[in-house]
Design a protein around this ligand. Structure first.
Ligand code: AMP
Length: 466
């Protein structure tokens, strides 16, 4: 017989099986596991077993895990060259008006051609225009705002290193990443950059600020904190950049942001607002802080969506872990970012994966900043294969070669689906996005399809047993 583990208490050593062909649950004791199975069972595991009728009801015998039962669709992968071509613009970096020190840094990064948002935005930003950029992570938007703004302030030497560019981002990971980008792109400019975020001691950050920095990348909470303590003065800010505006509003940062903006000079300030989507709140914010902005819209379907293979599995809640394990058994899944709805679930999924020998780590808001950075580093360098994240922790996460994004839980907000799948296909590299949709979530899936304006491939009943 075949069936699914309904639950299994590994401490007590027993649980129940839901057989495919009977409505009566079957008792499972650890002693019934076939000698090949050197681990406990988990809810959702698919198994074969024999049934022995006992006084108290049916009990399982000779229980074996079913391995690789589902066949994943064969994903065609394009060559790296082709992938990059799909986001190429006609312009070259030298046509954009950038100085040699910035072009040099761009060459160091190995960028051959500007991405569309870079080609479109850089000339306007160099002219000092305000900008509303609708672009998701993965489009190259960081360089689009970093290169021209670095150039503008590098022209005006400031020996005292007052803060002249302020970038506000919703999460620590994103802030750290943006800071790294400014450091890299600005390496020949002599400008100093630092990053400010909460969850760690403030002293090293204060020390940097005291030395004088030209560029500050910050998350709102800690920035306000240090402003209140008098360590951050924004009176010399020339360029204010808000990244992932929609996310900042989602995370309830609007009041903090307004307080921060108030402390920057209104006159002569260049303001750039980037957001993956432009809901009402972002429009309102844009209207109140941008002056005659250029609007650039790198629509999400292009370039990213057309190079991501998307599949959605219709699956019941208690089989998700087993399906995830099956998917990860495929060697092609070389680096997977898995999304869960809650921190607890991220921990649980990781624990179960680790028990099966899968190198996995969680990353979420309950972890210390150092633990998060360590997990991220391991993921980047390939020491772990699977990173299980909540949305907040994953924002701005820039890991180059994520082969698969797996949404263990569908997001509450349909737009988040886009942010998540954008983690694969960085800078035009192709990728695969898989999502688990519970039977009751079909409406949610429809809303997602409305947002991405395309139908996803729905794989119904991966095991014919929802
Ligand atoms: P972003 O959308 O800013 O998070 O950038 C996504 C990724 O694209 C980062 O890993 C960048 O290093 C990379 N990238 C940015 N611009 C280019 C470019 N012109 N060519 C190739 N890769 C790029």
């Amino acid at each position: 017989m075949t069936g699914t583990i309904k639950w299994f208490d590994d401490k007590k050593g027993f649980g129940f099986i839901k057989p495919d062909e009977s409505s009566e649950d079957v008792f499972l004791h650890r002693s019934a596991l076939h000698s090949d199975e050197n681990r406990d069972m988990y809810s959702g595991d698919r198994i074969t077993f024999l049934v022995q009728e006992r006084e108290k009801g049916p009990a399982a015998q000779d229980v074996k895990l079913i391995k690789n039962e589902i066949k994943l669709p064969q994903f065609k992968t394009k060559t790296k060259q082709n992938k990059r071509e799909s986001i190429k613009s006609d312009k070259k970096f030298v046509d954009l008006g950038l100085t040699s020190e910035l072009l040099h840094a761009v060459r160091d990064e190995g960028y051959e051609e500007p991405t569309p948002i870079q080609a479109q935005a850089i000339p306007y930003i160099l002219k000092g225009r305000d900008l509303l950029g609708c672009a998701q992570t993965g489009t190259g938007k960081t360089a689009a705002f970093a290169l021209p703004t670095l150039q503008s302030i590098a022209k005006q030497k400031d020996k005292q290193h007052h803060i002249r560019i302020l970038i506000v981002a919703p999460t620590r990971e994103l802030a750290i990443q943006i800071n790294n980008s400014f450091n890299n792109y600005g390496r020949y400019t002599g400008l100093r950059t630092t990053v400010i975020y909460g969850g760690v001691g403030q002293n090293p950050q204060v020390k940097q600020l005291r030395k004088g920095v030209d560029i500050v990348v910050a998350t709102p909470g800690r920035l306000l904190d240090l402003m209140r303590q008098g360590y951050v003065k924004l009176g010399h800010v020339k360029v204010l950049i808000l990244d992932e505006g929609d996310r900042m509003l989602d995370m309830g940062f609007i009041h903090d942001i307004r307080k921060i903006i108030k402390q920057t000079p209104k006159k002569g300030r260049q303001t750039l607002l980037f957001s993956a989507t432009i809901p009402k709140g972002v429009k309102k914010l844009a209207k109140s802080i941008l002056t005659n902005p250029v609007e650039i819209n790198i629509s999400p379907e292009k370039p990213t969506l057309d190079i991501i293979k998307q599949y959605v599995f219709l699956i019941s809640k208690n089989k998700k872990q087993a399906l995830l394990q099956e998917l990860l058994a495929d060697k092609k899944v070389s680096k997977a970012l898995v999304f869960t709805r809650t921190k607890r679930k991220a921990n649980r999924v990781v624990k179960r994966l680790q028990k099966r020998g899968v190198r996995a780590q969680p990353i979420h808001g309950n972890k210390s900043q150092n633990a998060r950075q360590r997990a991220l580093k391991k993921f980047r360098t390939g020491k772990i294969r699977v990173l299980v994240a909540t949305d907040v922790a994953s924002r701005g996460l820039d890991v180059e070669d994520i082969s698969h994004v797996i949404q263990y839980d569908l997001p509450d907000v349909p737009e988040t689906y886009l942010h998540r799948i954008g983690r694969t296909a960085r800078a035009g590299a192709g990728g695969t996005a898989l999502a688990f949709c519970e039977g009751s979530q079909r409406q949610k899936l429809k809303e997602i399809e409305n947002v991405i304006q395309m139908r996803v491939n729905l794989i119904k009943d991966p095991w014919n047993a929802i």
